[in-house]
Design a protein around this ligand. Structure first.
Ligand code: CAA
Length: 285
């Protein structure tokens, strides 16, 4: 692939915005595609706020921030955005049917040699790829929230992913200054396989009356030296995403260790999704 690439990011949510920013700061020209113009507006505002924060902390120079912002465009026109693009990264809602429908459309409009990737955190990459004509060009690129800060990207080798595709994906991730770790297409990959059961267990502990939410979080911050407590982390990840990951681990393994905490399901049903909705285990301005 020629450098720098044109990158199309599908989905303008928290992850889409973070991935777009990371690719743009790596020098690539990025188009974020979403059906909803309001989501695209929010995405632009999220990137502005993040760059502002990095500028305030002195982690990025003004020229670099301006150049990064200028490399990000938004569009509601999927076909036009995909025309000639080198890399497609999908970060839409965690629903197999939604993702496969979108990938069918991408397949129709993208170059046969484009690098294709999903940021799924709870679905099988191999299963998403079933709708593609060239599943050997498809892999998982799993970023972590907040994307501008966390250096890891899990590069997921699905059943049909070719060695060339995997090499290109690893090179792409390194090229944007992130650290790639290759893993198999197993539920939760590496990080969520270990992290989400811990978060889920903290929600069970809350339900069992072990302590108040704020005290569980403070205990894990101060007693285990973690940057944030497990319930605040669930709020950051999104309670819907947290539930989707633990449900997927439970479904795929039938292991009772991964039984979703009832309180998690209740909050998701109530639309309390964490930071993005203003309330989860904690309240946000
Ligand atoms: N954009 C840009 N910079 C940001 C940012 C953003 N969205 N969020 C935080 N930062 C920066 C801050 O500017 C600050 O920079 P410096 O270190 O240069 O000062 C740094 O990150 C730390 O931020 P704060 O001081 O404001 O706050 P903090 O120290 O509490 O850190 C945090 C915030 C980075 C979120 C930290 O608490 C943390 O790393 N928490 C754990 C997050 C985590 O585990 N994420 C993985 C979730 S799992 C996942 O995402 C995968 C999945 O599929 C579910």
């Amino acid at each position: 692939m020629r450098e720098p690439h044109t990158v199309t990011v599908l989905g303008a949510g928290t992850m889409g915005a973070g991935i777009a920013q990371a690719c743009a700061s790596g020098g690539h020209a990025v188009t974020v595609v979403d059906r909803q113009p309001e989501a695209l507006e929010r995405c632009g505002a999220t990137i502005d706020a993040s760059l502002e924060r990095l500028l305030r902390k002195g982690s990025i120079a003004t020229e670099a921030a301006t150049a990064t912002r200028e490399r990000v465009r938004t569009s509601t026109d999927l076909a036009a955005a995909l025309d000639g693009t080198d890399v497609v990264i999908e970060a839409v809602y965690e629903d197999l049917a939604v993702k496969q429908d979108l990938w069918r459309a991408v397949d129709e409009h993208s170059r046969p040699d484009a690098l294709l990737a999903t940021n799924t955190s709870s679905l099988s990459v191999t299963e998403i790829a079933q709708v593609l004509r060239h599943p050997e060009r498809f892999c998982g690129l799993h970023f972590f929230n907040p994307v501008p800060v966390l250096p890891l990207v899990e590069v997921v080798r699905a059943e049909h992913t070719s060695a060339t595709t995997l090499d290109e994906a690893v090179a792409f991730v390194s090229g944007i200054g992130k650290t790639p770790i290759v893993c198999g297409d197993t539920p939760g990959f590496i990080v969520n396989r270990l992290l989400i059961p811990y978060v889920n267990d903290a929600i069970h502990a809350l339900g069992e009356g072990v302590a108040r939410a704020v005290d569980i979080d403070t205990a894990m911050k101060l007693g285990a030296n973690l940057p944030m407590g497990p319930l605040a982390l669930a709020d950051l990840i999104g309670l819907d995403v947290t539930l989707a990951v633990i449900e997927s681990l439970h479904r795929e393994t039938a292991d009772p260790r991964f039984r979703p905490a009832p309180r998690l399901r209740q909050l998701v049903r109530a639309g309390k999704l964490g930071r993005k909705s203003g309330e989860g285990f904690h309240r946000y301005e």
